[in-house]
Design a protein around this ligand. Sequence first.
Ligand code: GLU
Length: 446
Amino acid sequence: MTVKVRFAPSPTGRLHVGNVRTALINWLFAHKAGGEFILRIDDTDLERSTKEYEDGLKQDLTWLGLTWDSTFNQSGRFDMYAAAAESLKEKGLLYPCYETADELERKRKIALSRGRPPVYDRAALELTDEERAKLEAEGRTPHWRFKLSGARVEWDDLVRGTQGIETTSVSDPILIRGDGSYLYTLPSVVDDIEVGITHVVRGEDHVTNSGAQIEIFHALGGAAPAMAHTPLLVGADGQGLSKRLGSLSIGELAEQGTEPMAICSLLAKIGTSDPVEVRASLEELAADFDFGKIARGSARFDERELEQLNASIVHDMPFETAKERLAALDSKAADAEFWALVRENCARVSDAKDWVDVVFGEVETEVDEADLDFIRGAADALPEGAFGAETWGAWTSALKSASGRKGKALFMPLRKAITGRPFGPNMADLIVLIGREKVLERLAKL
Ligand code: GLU
């Protein structure tokens, strides 16, 4: 059996960390199994879906490296959904209901006040042909509900183990709204059957849907795919993702200079038995993947952890990978030596901008009053000629003997006077890149 999975976002907003995790898990599973990853655009809601969001989510997935083997839009397949609805109607499994939203709400409240679960009472099934005709004559158009069997639906969830939904405890789901539009439930099943999806992998907020959808698979003559429902993300404090984090879009993260592999490494590992650490490629993450490693408890998404992973990627990033982005910061920054020296001081590639100023541009420098004389004298002790690998060592030894300073008292004032910062890359290498002229200029300014 060739594994075929789908990621099925609705193009009604940007991709955010929660739904990207679902995409990633599908992708990793498919790649480990040598299977297919299909991108299905759930755009049956024609009013809320937009082409911009569709393009945006494709762009985000591509940026993350989560490329798809094929893609299709649900909006081009209404004929198939209508045919499936017809077949359910013929089987007596899809029935028209005329209650307004207010009427349904009233029923719900009454059920609750009587201590009963707010399950739809199937009153519409009792309507006679005349009553239906009368309601339609009043101008009501029906919405359509799928008639659940009343049995217990069970499946062996790849993450949650044996799952069961008592279909008596849930309302018959509405498949078609009064205006004729489809909710996601039916089109999803029709497509999963038609495309031959072998595994439905999605968030655990869909567990209850799965009970109804498994019955719809059977009613349409298909076998239900295997199912895996992954726990939802929570914030670092164990509470639900804050509104800000929950909607933190991949686009925003990219703009902030987050590396795609930092996002993917974090999202692939949190809530699993593997340690959270960077993997160099999606293929490596796929090699680690196993549904059995995913814990039942929620997965904690901690932005600080994302920053740490990001920094560790940048610290080891080869020049070739950073090159274009460095060139965009400043034409002089696309320099292998420069990158090798500054990358350990960058949590993002864009942080190199600061070091571009230090090495190639202008910086504000300042030293403590107590160090002023020392710094003013330091220029005279500079070894002759162009700077090389030994310059710093020779210079600071001479200064040490002359001033009696050592350690921090010797090095820190020099670092601050030359770079304007109390931290940074190795000074011996840095001054070579900055060059004699600029160093002298900066010392002379103090
Ligand atoms: N469009 C649905 C969602 O985003 C798809 C759910 C599914 O994977 O079946 O929730």
